[in-house]
Write a protein that binds this ligand. Structure first.
Ligand code: URA
Length: 215
């Protein structure tokens, strides 16, 4: 199907493939998150980038706008990328699940982590995005993305910052999720920021290598 599609386009047409997938996601009912969502949040950025970032899932702001990482965690993600002189337009940004996971608490909906079944139901879309974008490097933001893409037993505190090889030779690393960083205080905050900085430097070095290899 992919190869048929590619040849019909006379080569790769990542934008059209992603647009078609986004249309499928917009009407998806593969799990119950479809019942409470306002918008699906598919992904943004450069589909030709060697670097893909995968977060956990949309929160309230993302659900309202249909765009990934637009709340406080998103602002911090922009700052993290800016530290290595990258912008979100230079990477492809998506999540393990495309709909907000929320729970009612005290009369209002609060974000909650997506359940394993929800992540599994959404995984074909993430896989299809990876097939379309063909990233050379993937940075998982937080444990759920790392568990989905790297190893189901991934422990973010122990295993972050290490390179793993995925199918097709894709290099993958995980670092702390920006929302986790925002919850730290004092020395924990300093230490977490230091580790994320180190991880992002290593990812950027690979990004530069990939860009140089493209000429
Ligand atoms: N957190 C995520 O993991 N993804 C988003 O899109 C926003 C916040």
């Amino acid at each position: 199907m992919d190869s048929l599609f590619d040849s019909a386009e006379g080569g790769e047409d990542r934008e059209s493939r992603l647009a078609e997938l986004a249309r499928q996601v917009a009407v998806c009912t593969r799990c119950d998150l479809a019942l409470s969502r306002t918008n699906t949040v598919f992904g943004t950025g450069d589909p030709h980038s060697p670097l893909m970032l995968v977060g956990e899932g949309p929160g309230e702001n993302e659900d309202a706008t249909g765009l990934p990482f637009v709340g406080r965690a998103g602002k911090l993600l922009d700052d993290i990328l800016a530290a290595v002189e990258l912008t979100r337009d230079q990477v492809y940004l998506t999540n393990t699940v495309k709909c907000r996971a929320a729970v009612e608490e005290g009369g209002r909906m609060k974000n909650r982590p997506p359940r394993t079944g929800e992540i599994r139901a959404c995984n074909p879309y993430l896989e299809a995005q990876m097939e379309a974008v063909k990233p050379e490097i993937i940075l998982c933001l937080g444990g759920p993305a790392a568990k989905t893409l790297i190893d189901k037993n991934f422990r973010i505190t122990k295993d972050r910052g290490k390179w793993h090889e995925l199918a097709g030779g894709v290099k993958a690393m995980a670092t702390f999720h920006p929302a986790y960083i925002l919850r730290q205080r004092g020395d924990d905050l300093k230490q977490t920021k230091r580790l994320v900085w180190k991880d992002v430097q290593a990812v950027y070095a690979e990004y530069q290598k990939a860009m140089e290899a493209r000429g």
